[in-house]
Design a protein around this ligand. Structure first.
Ligand code: IPE
Ligand code: IPE
Ligand code: MG
Length: 247
């Protein structure tokens, strides 16, 4: 896609402007230490702070983080409630810093199932940071790619029934426009930590042409230096988008 601007260090190549991360391994990090899983999630939230702070310096303009999937409700009530509290606390504690640093915060996922107080915090920080442009931070909460596409299909069906759109006029751009990520560029690079090599329902439409990197590091141990190293490796890859290699 034409979203990336050229990387000055590599004329003709583009660094990843939009990096999406599947932050995995919090539970194992805690279990390895004989600690409750929630301690791992707390430590993971601290890593989010560090990665968000480092992202602009690495040339990242769009950062999307997978925080809670539509499948994560299958976990224990204790873990789910603990995670929801952690999200609320993250927003409350980080709001000033994010605003001051020019970070625009957005959320993707189905909010309807979330606690109204959390929904209000999410809407509040989105509104408060809407004019910021240093870094576009998108946090996926109760996000599932299949759920997102299903909700989009429903929205288009409703529009068609109302006569607002003709079925034959539906294009890829129309579909993209009714996804939660409407208006966001597609990710160039998707990183998953903790050594798992699956996508787990993360951005299936948007990452159709993304590069993938899998890091063995558990999320609570993932440092800006790890991100920088992965970004450097990405710079050496050749992206073809279905065409043939450039001469
Ligand atoms: C990722 O860490 C955070 C969430 C999915 C909320 P996990 O909690 O999945 O950690 P592991 O995979 O059990 O180690
Ligand atoms: C994916 O991790 C979801 C998040 C990181 C929020 P999971 O740990 O839930 O994924 P699976 O269950 O290993 O596929
Ligand atoms: Mg996991």
């Amino acid at each position: 896609m034409a979203h990336s601007s050229p990387d000055p260090a590599h004329p003709g190549r583009a660094g990843p402007q939009h990096v999406a991360i599947i932050m995995d391994g919090n539970g194992r990090w805690a279990t390895n230490r004989g600690l409750p899983r929630l301690v791992g999630h707390r430590r993971g939230a601290e890593r989010v702070r560090a990665i968000v702070a480092a992202a602009p310096g690495l040339g990242i303009r769009w950062l999307t983080l997978y925080a809670f999937s539509t499948e994560n409700w299958k976990r224990s009530t204790e873990e789910v409630i603990g995670l929801m509290r952690l999200f609320a606390r993250y927003i409350e504690r980080e709001a000033d810093r994010l605003s001051a640093n020019g970070v625009r915060v957005r959320f993707i996922g189905d909010r309807a199932r979330l606690d109204p107080r959390l929904q209000a915090l999410m809407a509040g920080i989105e509104a408060r940071t809407a004019a910021n442009a240093v870094l576009n931070l998108t946090i996926a909460v109760n996000y599932g790619g299949r759920d997102e596409v299903t909700r989009a299909a429903r929205a288009l069906a409703v529009a068609a029934l109302r006569g607002e759109i003709a079925p034959e006029a539906i294009t890829e751009a129309t579909v993209a426009g009714v996804l939660d990520t409407a208006g966001l560029p597609d990710p160039d690079l998707v990183i998953r930590t903790s050594g798992e090599t699956r996508v787990s329902n993360f951005l299936p439409w948007q990452a159709a042409y993304a590069e993938y990197e899998f890091s063995p590091v558990l999320w609570p141990d993932f440092l800006p230096a790890h991100l920088a190293e992965i970004m450097a490796r990405f710079g050496l890859r050749e992206r073809r988008f279905g065409a043939v290699a450039a001469g």
